[in-house]
Design a protein around this ligand. Structure first.
Ligand code: MN
Length: 494
């Protein structure tokens, strides 16, 4: 059975405390959501502001496959605002609990019912699809919920939704609650919040109970503890159940998650299911050994189906097989004696409470194997102009195989300008991509030591490189060049 996905990253997700997206950010996310097969995109709440309306309009203008929806209250002005943005549908939210009706709205049930019917009729008259949604539905009287739904369905509501607005369902209650509503005469949606960490479980139970559509956000962002995470529900439906399918392209979920994290500034805990950095990382020797023999020993799904890669982390729990695998990936050749020394050094660092990064492992292996790298590309000199009302500009002189090369570039800041000048300079030598750039101030104060770690990619090979010094631009350029030189050297070994 096909389950439809209503993504509310741009509405409920944007209500995450501290998150506000620009027009172009919303559009970029909407295009990506459409690309991965989301059926309905709740693009925002048209009544909110002029900027919000402009953002929704940009999205509706894009001609995406997905149905574009706006949040609306049961007010004519909300429907008019939605219409002015050319949306296909509204998510019409009707508070249904005694608490919301009496304390928040200072109204009666009769008022609420009347407005819901009138607004549905008004929207239908103007060609909108209407999803009637009971706010705080899970704390409302079932009879009243049914009354609202039946009477709005009678005047044309296309779908109904009951919201677990404060996340108080349990999976058992969710099944019973949504099963009861699934017998009504319109497709039923489930909308869960994660206050007790149960949003995904409750959503799955609701689908089992008969909901045909679920609401969720990428990475589970949203108010308070957030909404149900689309990537977790989709993967669960796909892997743990036999009967349900979605249109979502699973192999693009990871990059979608990264896009949303980057754009909203809401970064993920490493152990977040499916899309967290550690979701496919292994450190312990026993696990690593099992994984290398057969990945299903310690992974329920392979990372590749998400467009991800498995990661072996080197640390105190590493086993010899895992360490050998990583050293081989980093293209080191070693004999048994040398391996033993490297292994002991890694364990020693681990016992000191240190995490051994790729950069550390490379340094250990270089030392043990007595490797002195002859850098192919050397930095001869560089200068930067930066300041107020000046376009940051960098000029550099590199020596590549004893040939001098001059290059310059502008950037959004001095680091960007410098790296982009270096990139231009080496573009003929290799097509190297910067995957990650990370900077830390190690000690306090403005004279702190700056630690820059970069992750670079050449073909299929990814390596990390580091530089630590007081000057952030120097550190960035050096880390970048040392990574480039290592990639080029490894390429020569192949
Ligand atoms: Mn919500």
């Amino acid at each position: 059975m096909k389950i439809n996905v209503l993504d509310t990253t741009l509405r409920d997700g944007e209500q995450t405390p501290g998150v506000s997206l620009t027009k172009s950010e919303k559009l970029r996310i909407a295009i990506k959501l459409d690309e991965i097969g989301v059926n309905i995109i709740e693009a925002g709440s048209a009544i909110t502001s002029e900027g919000e309306r402009e953002a929704i309009k940009e999205i509706t203008k894009e001609g995406l496959n997905a149905e574009i929806c706006s949040f609306a209250r049961t007010l004519k002005q909300d429907i008019d605002a939605a219409l002015s943005c050319d949306v296909d549908s509204v998510h019409l939210v009707v508070p249904t609990s005694k608490l919301h009706i009496e304390e928040k709205l200072k109204q009666t049930k009769e008022d609420v019912l009347k407005q819901a019917i009138e607004t549905t009729e008004y929207g239908k008259d103007h060609g909108l699809k209407i999803e009637v949604s009971a706010e705080d539905g899970t704390r409302s009287e079932m009879d009243f919920l049914k009354k609202i739904f039946n009477q709005t369905i009678a005047v044309g509501a296309d779908r109904i939704c009951a919201c677990d607005t404060v996340g108080i369902l349990t999976p058992d209650k969710s099944y019973i609650f949504y099963k009861e509503l699934s017998s009504l005469d319109a497709p039923l949606s489930v909308h869960c919040h994660n206050d007790f960490g149960l949003a995904v479980a409750n959503t799955l139970s609701a689908i089992n109970g008969g909901a045909k559509q679920f609401h969720g956000t990428i990475n589970g962002i949203g108010e308070r503890a957030g909404n149900s995470a689309i990537e977790e529900i989709v993967l669960s439906l796909n892997t743990l159940y036999d009967d349900y399918k979605t249109d979502i392209k699973i192999n693009q979920l990871y990059e979608t998650s990264k896009l949303v994290a980057r754009t909203t500034g809401v970064y993920l805990q490493p152990n977040k299911a499916i899309v967290g950095e550690n979701a496919f990382a292994h450190e312990s020797g026993i696990h690593t050994d099992g994984i290398i023999k057969n990945s299903s020993t310690y992974e329920p799904i392979t990372p590749e189906i998400l467009g991800r890669h498995r990661k072996f982390v080197i640390g105190k729990h590493v086993g010899s097989k895992g360490l050998k695998q990583r050293l081989n990936e980093l293209k080191f050749n070693y004999n048994d004696e040398q391996f033993k020394t490297i292994f002991n050094k890694v364990k020693y660092l681990g016992d000191l409470g240190k995490c051994v990064s790729d950069v550390d492992l490379q340094a250990i292996a270089d030392e043990v194997l007595d490797i002195k790298t002859e850098a192919k590309i050397k930095l001869e000199e560089f200068s930067i102009v930066s300041g107020n009302k000046v376009i940051p500009t960098a000029s550099i002189k590199l020596k590549i195989d004893d040939e001098d090369l001059l290059e310059s570039s502008v950037g959004v800041g001095p680091v960007d300008a410098a790296i982009s000048a270096v990139k231009k300079g080496i573009s003929d030598v290799a097509d190297i991509k910067l995957e990650e750039y990370h900077v830390d101030a190690i000690t306090g104060g403005t004279n702190a030591l700056i630690d820059v770690i970069v992750k670079l990619k050449l073909g299929n090979e990814i390596i990390s490189a580091r530089s630590t010094q007081p000057d952030i631009i120097n550190a960035s350029v050096e880390a970048y060049l040392s990574g480039v030189n290592r990639l080029l050297e490894n390429q020569d070994k192949n």
